[in-house]
Design a protein around this ligand. Structure first.
Ligand SMILES: *[C@@H]1O[C@H](CO)[C@@H](O)[C@H](O)[C@H]1NC(C)=O
Length: 309
């Protein structure tokens, strides 16, 4: 839809079923599947070659292609979890992927999709963490925002659908004005640029795109009360339709500051009225935790909490 400036990179890992997109399929995982490297290169204005957009960072024996090559499956068992990352980092833009989370009893598991500057003590990070649950109990999405090394901004929303039944789209939109986390078309979290009020904002470090699947039953489900049931292993999370539109780093330097990048346009600088309604609907009906209102942790609400969307 949005094909922005020349430096925007669109990375779609897509359905083999959509023949025109086949070429987009080559994502990097295919390093594991040399066969795919024989596909002819895409006829595309896009500079990216998909074989090079992602790589496995943790346990390639636990990541494989499924669904006829349409999607990537992450596996968690007693031996290991796994993870992958984009080969490049990006400065502003929008990253999305479709994920079908672990079916059945997923208590104690965490599936994450996040962006991270990978710069230790000053890191910027934008997190989606999907916290598993016992069968029939709601999956929880935890989001967090780190700016200049400071995080501790957790919010939690229980999903209003079963995220293991179908693929749903999870999106991080990041521009000079705001960071928005979307579940399908619903904005569940907004972090505005309030630098004018002295609140740090991620704006000077490019971030890579990451995903991991691991065991965290010491905290993930009901605060650690519900343990992982290894009898139910292996656990599977499936991914497809990766899309990265952003300024690749290293890349042409004016890209990130170009106000003509589509994600910088007025329509993306604040939520539309329709989006704001959805946002408030989530907060009213599905939010189960907000650091902003956790008086034990923050007797005085952090300043970004007072600033509105
Ligand atoms: C799991 O289910 C319980 C009971 O319905 C709920 O309180 C909790 O928020 C759910 N999510 C997690 C991650 O514990």
């Amino acid at each position: 839809m949005h094909k922005g400036s020349a430096c925007a990179v669109n990375t779609a890992i897509i359905a083999v079923a959509a023949p025109l997109k086949v070429m987009n399929v080559a994502l990097s995982f295919f390093l594991l599947y040399p066969l795919f490297l024989h596909l002819s290169p895409p006829v595309s204005a896009k500079p990216a070659t998909f074989q090079q957009d992602f790589r496995v960072t943790w346990s390639d024996s636990h990541i494989r292609l499924v669904e006829g090559g349409q999607s990537v499956q992450l596996i968690l068992d007693q031996h290991s979890g796994c993870g992958f990352t984009s080969k490049y980092k990006y400065m502003y833009g929008r990253v999305s992927m479709k994920i079908k989370l672990i079916t059945g009893d997923s208590a104690g598991t965490v599936t994450a999709f996040y962006m991270n500057s990978d710069t230790d003590s000053i890191r910027d990070e934008l997190d989606f963490e999907f916290l598993g649950n016992r069968s029939g109990q709601p999956y929880t999405v935890q989001t967090n925002v780190y700016a200049h090394g400071k995080g501790n901004r957790e919010q939690r929303v229980n999903l209003w659908f079963d995220p293991s039944a179908e693929y749903h789209t999870y999106t991080i939109m990041w521009n000079h004005q705001q960071v928005v986390f979307y579940v399908d078309e619903v904005p569940i979290r907004v972090y505005k640029n309030n630098e004018a009020r002295g609140i740090p904002y991620p704006k000077s470090q490019p971030m890579g795109v990451y995903s991991t699947l691991w065991e965290a039953d010491d905290w993930a489900t009901r605060g650690g009360l519900e343990k992982i049931d290894w009898n139910k292993a292996p656990f599977y999370a499936n991914y497809k339709d990766f899309d990265i539109e952003g300024c690749q780093v290293p890349g042409p330097t004016p890209c990130a500051s170009n106000p003509n990048n589509w994600w910088e346009r007025a329509a993306y600088q604040k939520l539309s009225p329709a989006e704001a309604m959805k946002y408030y609907w989530v907060r009213r009906n599905h939010m189960i935790y907000d650091y902003c209102t956790d008086k034990l942790r923050y007797p005085i609400s952090p300043p970004e909490c007072m600033a509105g969307i």
